[in-house]
Design a protein around this ligand. Structure first.
Ligand SMILES: Cc1cc2nc3c(=O)[nH]c(=O)nc-3n(C[C@H](O)[C@H](O)[C@H](O)COP(=O)(O)O)c2cc1C
Length: 350
C-alpha cells in the first residue's frame, strides 16, 4: 500500500477524529498495528494558527512517519496556504477534509458541505495539489458518499479529484445528511473503488475483525479506516491484522498490558497538554478504556472528581490492579460508539 512514494506497513488506518486522534493517540495506534494515521483537522484560518489548539495539532515531534495532516476550509487560496504552512512544519502528506459534518465547519461551507459545490471543491483540490506536488507532498481527500440520499456524488467528485492529482481517496459510507446516524453503506464505496486507479479507503462502522473482512470483500477497497471502534481499544488494529492474515481471532490483551498501555498513554497525553488540560481531556480516553469493564461506569464518574495527574494515574493503576485480580485478559470486545460523543462532534469547531 503506497501513498505517493510512501510505502505503508499495512492497510489499516486510524481515522482523523478531532479531540481524539492527537499525537499521543496516533502513536499508540501505530504501535498497536495501525499502518497510517491522519492528524485531526487543522483550520485554514490563519488567525487561528497560533492558537494553542492548532499549534498542538501541528506538533509532530517524535511521530513515526509519514506525517499526514488534514486541512479544512472553504477558500482555495487559503487552503493552499494552509497546506504550505503545514508542510513547513513537517507534514509529508496533506489530506483535504470533505467529510466532516460539524455544524461550525459546514456553516462556513467547509467539510462535507463542499460536496454540494463540486466546482468549489475542485478549485480547492487543484489549489492544494499545486501547492503540494512540486514539494513532493502527495494530496489525499476524505469525503462522504454525498450530500444526501438523492445526491450521492462521491464517484463524480472522486474521479475529478483523481484527474486533478489527488493520490488517495477515503470514503465514509454515509451522506452528510446522515451525520453519524443510520448505518454506513458500502455500495457507493465499491463504486468509487471501481471508478478510480488511485487507492481507495473504506470507512464507517468497522467495529470488529469480522466486519473489517466483510467491508474489504464488499468494497474491494485498498485499505480500511477505523475511527470510533479504536477509542479505548487501540489494539483493534492488531486484532484485525491477525484475523485478516489467519482467519482466527486474536486473544484479547492481558489486563496488565492494557494497564501499561493506558498509563503510558496518560504520560504522553500530559506531556502534550500540561497538567490542567491534560487531566481533564484524558478523562474521555480513560472512560472509553473502562466503559465495558465491571465497575467501569462508577469509575468514570469517580474520575471526573480527580484534578491532578498523580491521583488520576494512581486511580487508573488501582482500577486495573483490582481488575487483574478478577481476570487475566480483557473481556472480548463490546462495541460502544456513543451517540453523545457524535453529537458533540457535530458541534466541534475546526
Ligand atoms: C469525535 C469525532 C471527531 C471526528 N473528527 C474528524 C476530523 O477531524 N476529520 C475528519 O475527516 N473526520 C472526522 N471524524 C469522522 C471520522 O474520521 C470517521 O469518518 C467517522 O467516525 C466514521 O468512521 P467510524 O465509524 O470508524 O468511526 C470524526 C469523528 C468523530 C466521532
Amino acid at each position: 500500500m503506497k501513498i505517493g512514494s510512501f510505502e505503508l506497513p499495512n492497510h489499516l488506518f486510524v481515522a482523523p477524529m478531532a479531540g481524539v486522534t492527537d499525537r499521543p493517540f496516533r502513536q499508540l495506534c501505530k504501535a498497536l498495528g495501525a499502518g497510517y494515521a491522519v492528524s485531526e483537522m487543522v483550520t485554514s484560518r490563519k488567525d487561528l494558527w497560533n492558537s494553542l489548539k492548532t499549534s498542538r495539532r501541528a506538533n509532530h515531534e517524535g511521530e513515526a512517519g509519514p506525517i499526514a495532516v488534514q486541512i479544512a476550509g472553504t477558500d482555495a487560496a487559503m487552503m493552499a496556504e494552509a497546506a504550505a504552512y503545514n508542510i513547513d512544519r513537517g507534514a509529508q502528506i496533506i489530506d483535504i477534509n470533505m467529510g466532516c459534518p460539524a455544524k461550525k465547519v459546514c456553516n462556513k461551507w467547509a467539510g462535507s458541505a463542499l460536496m454540494q459545490d463540486e466546482a468549489l471543491a475542485l478549485q480547492i483540490v487543484e489549489a492544494v495539489v499545486a501547492a503540494c506536488v512540486p514539494r513532493g507532498v502527495p494530496v489525499t481527500l476524505k469525503m462522504r458518499t454525498g450530500w444526501c440520499q438523492t445526491h450521492k456524488n462521491a464517484v463524480a467528485l472522486a474521479r475529478a479529484a483523481e484527474s486533478a492529482g489527488v493520490q488517495m481517496v477515503t470514503v465514509h459510507g454515509r451522506t452528510r445528511e446522515q451525520g453519524y446516524g443510520g448505518q454506513a453503506e458500502y455500495d457507493t464505496i465499491a463504486a468509487v473503488k471501481a471508478a478510480l486507479r488511485i487507492p481507495v479507503v473504506a470507512n464507517g462502522d468497522i467495529t470488529s475483525p469480522e466486519k473489517a473482512r466483510e467491508v474489504l470483500r464488499r468494497t474491494g477497497a485498498d485499505a480500511l479506516m477505523i475511527g470510533r471502534a479504536a477509542q479505548g481499544r487501540p489494539w483493534i488494529f492488531r486484532e484485525i491484522a491477525h484475523f485478516l492474515a489467519t482467519g482466527e481471532p486474536l486473544a484479547p490483551p492481558l489486563v496488565v498490558e492494557v494497564q501499561r498501555l493506558l498509563l503510558e498513554h496518560l504520560q504522553d497525553h500530559y506531556a502534550l497538554y500540561g497538567e490542567y488540560t491534560g487531566v481533564r481531556s484524558a478523562r474521555k480516553h480513560i472512560g472509553w478504556y473502562v466503559k465495558a469493564l465491571p465497575g467501569g461506569e462508577a469509575f468514570r464518574a469517580h474520575m471526573n472528581t480527580l484534578e491532578d495527574c498523580r491521583t488520576q494515574v494512581q486511580a487508573v493503576a488501582d482500577f486495573f490492579d483490582e481488575l487483574g485480580v478478577r481476570m487475566d485478559r480483557m473481556p472480548a470486545a463490546v462495541m460502544h460508539t456513543s451517540d453523545t460523543q457524535d453529537e458533540e462532534h457535530m458541534e466541534l469547531a475546526a
